[in-house]
Structures are given as structure tokens and as C-alpha cells.
Design a protein around this ligand. Structure first.
Ligand code: C5P
Length: 222
């Protein structure tokens, strides 16, 4: 039984990878499993929040009580988020968004011919930073997966993307983070931080949301 710490709140979150088409049969993507995002969606619903989960292609079942919207590309994910952001008061960007997309997606399957080929890529929009600059903005939480100087890079991201909070994890440890069942997080906001030691992603999701609920309550009283 979870205390209803998020009753009266609505959470919009992204999870999983995005896929960028190269041609009708190929794409660029990454190894994100979506597990952390789905665990957060479940924990938030258990804590009484209304939850909308914008998910990239993953092999996971939708947690009970969660509204799920499936998307493929980064642009699809951005559109799905921005059309719903005004009706939510918390946003969590948990997706491993593809940073680049193919400049010109081929309409037909690309044939192999020469021994080398080049693919021109263009930068994708940053969904999290777009939400954080939107007005009115929800309480905005981002993730930072780093392999070195975790705290420094996370703090830099918190400021640069204008976030309320960032949850950083060290993905250099194969036991934790990307695709693993366990994770550890350093949760950082402008005036403080809390370390959540390694545990399963469902427990971690509840602990993270308890911090979010506390910060939102504090901000309301400021
Ligand atoms: O800058 P970096 O990609 O490391 O930031 C990670 C955070 O930003 C995650 O919360 C991720 O969901 C979000 N992000 C995003 N759109 C992008 C890139 C990252 O929402 N194009």
C-alpha cells in the first residue's frame, strides 16, 4: 500500500528509446529498455497521480491505471508531449531520446553498392528542454546517464536545461542503469541533493517520487 503522496497531481513522462528511420526497413536507436520510466509510471499511479506515459518502442506491459501513448521517432515523442503538457503539473523525461535523426530518410530500401557509405544526421529537438522552457511549465525532472564526473555533468544539465530536478546515474557500472533491473540515483535540485543507493528500479521509482512530492509541497509553500 503506497501513501497517496501524489493525489491531485498529474504526471506526464517519457520512457524507452526513440527510433530514427534510415529507410523503410532500417533505423538508428539505442539499448534503452524503458524499465525505469515504466517503474516511475507505476509508482506514480500507486501514489494517486493521474499518469500519461509517452513510450518509445519497448517490450513492457502498461502499468494499471496508466494512460499510454506509443510513439516511434523523437519528433513524434515531442509532438505527443507538447500536445499534453498543459494538462499536467509534473513532467519527467526518462526516455533515451536519439540525439540525431537521418537528414533525408530514403523512401525505398537503400541498396548496397560501394564499400563505404555516409549517412548525414541532424540534431533532434531536446524534449526536456522544450518542456522546461514552456509556459506555464510543469515541475520538470530530467535524467542524466553519465560515465564520469556524474555530479558535475548532472548539475550542468540542471542549469543548462532549466530543470527543477535531475536524477543522475553512473552507467559505467553494467550492474546498474541502462537495461539493468537495478539502479542508483543522485537526485539534485538547486538547493540540495539526496543519494538513493542501488536497489531495484521499482523501489527507486517510489523513493524518487517521494522526493518530488516533498519538493512540490515545499515550492507551494514558498
Ligand atoms: O543531454 P542528455 O541527453 O544527457 O539529457 C538527458 C535528459 O534529457 C533525459 O531526461 C532525456 O529524457 C532528456 N532528453 C530529451 N530530448 C533529447 C535528449 C534528451 O528529452 N533530445
Amino acid at each position: 500500500f503506497a501513501p497517496k503522496l501524489l493525489a491531485g497531481h498529474s504526471l506526464l513522462l517519457t520512457a524507452g528509446p526513440t527510433r530514427e528511420a534510415i529507410d523503410p526497413v532500417r533505423y538508428i536507436s539505442n539499448h534503452s529498455s524503458g524499465k525505469m520510466g515504466f517503474a516511475i509510471a507505476k509508482a506514480a499511479a500507486d501514489m494517486g497521480a493521474e499518469v500519461t506515459l509517452i513510450s518509445g518502442p519497448v517490450n513492457l506491459t502498461t502499468p494499471a491505471g496508466v494512460k499510454r501513448v506509443d510513439v516511434i521517432s523523437t519528433q513524434d515523442m515531442l509532438d505527443a508531449v507538447m500536445s499534453r503538457v498543459d494538462s499536467h503539473d509534473i513532467f519527467i523525461g526518462c526516455a533515451a531520446v536519439a540525439d540525431y535523426r537521418v537528414a533525408d530518410v530514403a523512401t525505398d530500401k537503400i541498396k548496397k553498392s560501394s564499400s563505404n557509405m555516409q549517412l548525414a544526421l541532424v540534431r533532434n529537438p531536446d524534449i526536456l528542454a522544450t518542456v522546461a522552457s514552456h509556459s506555464p511549465r510543469p515541475f520538470t525532472l530530467g535524467f542524466a546517464a553519465e560515465t564520469q564526473d556524474v555530479e558535475r555533468y548532472a548539475k550542468d544539465k540542471l542549469v543548462r536545461k532549466k530543470l527543477d530536478m535531475i536524477a543522475a546515474n553512473d552507467v559505467s557500472n553494467p550492474e546498474l542503469g541502462f537495461n539493468a533491473d537495478n539502479n542508483a540515483l543522485k537526485v539534485i535540485w538547486a538547493k540540495g541533493q539526496e543519494d538513493l543507493p542501488a536497489t531495484d528500479k521499482q523501489t527507486l521509482a517510489s523513493q524518487l517520487l517521494a522526493i518530488v512530492a516533498k519538493r512540490i509541497a515545499i515550492l507551494k509553500d514558498d
